[in-house]
Design a protein around this ligand. Structure first.
Ligand code: SER
Length: 619
């Protein structure tokens, strides 16, 4: 089965059941400043789930383009992609569980032709306020029984394994859906509800994620080993969070979302979404140009997947008028394309490749997504050329060193990295072309030496500031800037830094303020900081004269001599949100930060308060 056929089948199935088919919304959300990209099928539907009337009626079906920038580094395994299509069907206060569950079963088993004995489902086990979803469990059981498949309902699979069950109850960690996850994480006003998910069994060994292991009798459908893959999610969206619990939404809604490629992977029984026909054309181009074959070698396959995913995502983003740039959405298009070039080089490709890959995607998708046009190719080519120039500079330097000494030492490789941002892998490739290896150990040593030096420097640099320059501390340092600004917004402009101390685990920030902060103030500060993190702001600095820095609203210690360079002060900008005089270092983009949380707020000295805060892992 091909992807276009499956998409059509799905939409037609629901059209026959009285749904209107609507086109996908743009990857850039309209009227929603809280997020850069459309990351789920549900996002553009929020106003209608909240009760607004939809012009196409109360039964809707679609295939929504989605992009998840936070998954960029995850790509390379058998299932992660940054771009994907989410098949959706929506009841806006019309049908509910009695229809949705039998329909989904019929679609997957009768229409797509999946083997019911390899399908497993989960339902919500309930909590103190919301009942256990016995209605959904009962419908699933009837449908499985109808086709002669045993359908035992099991309660505690998480601790005891599957126990021969087919339908599993899980709590709100697994079977609750809202944009912000579990009930306790939902802000007031957010819609959500219990859900019922479907999983495909790729088999005990067949489905394994390349890097993980089957957990034997302890494996169960939500386990991460890769045997099971979630192919769809029925959300029964009937609640809205309030300050002290939940209230019912005006309507009981259904929000179904299913990954087109994942359903297809199940149909093909191929535990690799890159094996679906959507990638055939692109794969062929990369194979032709590189002379390597997808699937032959793990490292190459990883590189193939990165290029396959990233170029497709960039093609769709440019199709929605997001062009390569240094900030906002455009930053991600640039990053996707530049990473692709890097991985193409890893496959031995030196010539332009990306626009030829993009062309195949336009062919494959243009019927379903007419916004994809040839003009996208020009943009990709332009970016490829631009990046080639940057690479060239690094290459020239490489040659200079080579000509002088006839070799590249680990230290040279480190200097290239440090000065031109030239990745070690690239230097290695070039050296290998000359028949030489780069001394990795020496590179590492230099790296460590540099780290130690800057650590010593940092101890000087930030009296009571960064304890080291690890990634963790750098992330917390950028978070400190966001915190500083958020405190000024919430408490007032009298707030100024009185001290800062950062370790790998936490930040500690002292600031001028007379009173203990209220719970509301703390929550609001956290919210503001997390909002900036979610907005994925790029971080950069500019060297400004003191007057200009003041004029542009920079805060911070003007007398900090470590923030002075060439007679000017270094001002760090976090998007447009924070401008602060500082010596660095900082992350490139706030999306690297993870969830910000205040752990403690206490007095430090007279008129000075102290906050300790942490960051979760980046999403
Ligand atoms: N909103 C649900 C999800 O994104 C189902 O569409 O998984």
């Amino acid at each position: 089965m091909k992807a276009n056929e499956l998409r059509r089948k799905y939409l037609d199935f629901f059209k026959e059941k009285g749904h209107s088919e609507i086109p996908s919304a743009s990857l850039v959300p309209e009227n929603d400043p809280t997020t850069l990209f459309t990351g789920s099928g549900m996002q553009p539907m929020v106003p209608y789930l909240l009760g607004e009337e939809h012009a196409s009626g109360n039964r809707i079906t679609d295939s929504q383009k989605c992009f998840r920038s936070q998954d960029i580094e995850e790509v390379g395994d058998n299932r992660h992609t940054t771009f994907f299509e989410m098949l959706g069907n929506w009841s806006l206060g019309d049908y509910f569980k009695d229809e949705q569950i039998p329909w989904m079963f019929d679609f997957l088993i009768k229409e797509v032709g999946l083997d019911a004995s390899r399908l497993y489902v989960t339902v919500f086990s309930g909590n103190s306020k919301i009942d256990r979803d016995e209605v959904s469990a009962g419908h699933w059981q009837n449908k499985f029984t109808e086709v002669g498949v045993d359908a035992k309902i099991v309660d505690d699979a998480e601790s005891n394994g599957m126990q021969g069950g087919r339908i599993f109850y899980y709590d709100e960690k697994e079977n609750w859906w809202s944009r912000t996850g579990m009930p306790e994480n939902m802000p007031s006003g957010e819609p959500g509800g219990p859900d019922s998910e479907m999983f495909w069994d790729f088999g005990e060994h067949h489905g394994l994620h390349e890097s993980s292991q089957w957990k034997g009798e302890h494996c169960q459908v939500t386990c991460e080993c890769g045997r099971f893959i979630e192919i769809g999610n029925n959300v029964f969206m009937e609640y809205q969070k309030t300050d002290d619990g939940f209230e019912s939404l005006p309507n009981k809604n259904v929000d179904f979302g299913g990954g087109l490629e994942r359903i297809l992977a199940a149909k093909l029984d191929a535990p690799d979404v890159f094996m679906t026909d959507l990638f055939d054309g692109a794969k062929k181009v990369i194979e032709q140009v590189s002379g390597r074959v997808y699937g032959d070698d793990i490292k190459d396959t990883y590189a193939f997947r990165v290029i396959l995913d990233h170029v497709r995502a960039a093609t769709f983003l440019i199709g929605d008028n997001v062009f390569p740039a240094n900030k906002d959405q455009g930053y991600f298009v640039r990053r996707l394309l530049r990473r692709s070039v890097r991985f193409a080089r890893q496959l031995g490709v030196r010539d332009s490749l990306l626009s030829a890959v993009a062309k195949t995607y336009i062919e494959t998708y243009k019927e379903a997504y007419p916004e994809l046009s040839e003009k996208i190719l020009d943009e990709i080519e332009k970016e490829e050329i631009k990046f080639a120039k940057t690479l060239e500079k690094g290459l020239r330097e490489f040659k200079k060193v080579w000509d002088k000494s006839g070799s590249i030492s680990g230290k040279d490789a480190f200097d290239l990295y440090q000065t031109y941002g030239f990745p070690l892998e690239l230097t290695e490739e070039l050296a290998q072309e000359e028949g030489q290896d780069v001394d990795r150990e020496m590179f590492k040593k230099e790296f460590q030496k540099h780290k130690d030096l800057s650590r010593a420097g940092a101890q000087q640099k930030f009296k009571g500031g960064l304890a080291d320059d690890s990634a963790e501390s750098t992330r917390l340092h950028t978070a400190t800037h966001l915190l500083h600004q958020a405190l000024r917004t919430v408490l007032g402009d009298h707030v100024a830094q009185r001290g800062s101390n950062i370790t790998k685990e936490r930040l500690r920030f002292d600031f001028s303020h007379d009173e203990k902060m209220t719970d509301e103030e703390k929550v609001e500060v956290e919210r503001l900081v997390n909002e900036q993190i979610k907005a994925a702001y790029p971080v950069h600095f500019e060297l400004l004269g003191v007057d200009e820095a003041k004029e542009r609203g920079a805060i911070g210690l003007f007398e900090d001599k470590y923030a002075q360079m060439e007679g000017k002060v270094k001002v760090y900008f976090v998007g447009d949100y924070s401008k602060e005089i500082c010596g660095g270092p900082h992350v490139e983009n706030t999306s690297e930060l993870g969830q910000f949380k205040i752990k403690k707020e206490q007095a430090s000295s007279a008129g000075v308060r102290r906050i300790k805060a942490i960051l979760g892992d980046p999403q």
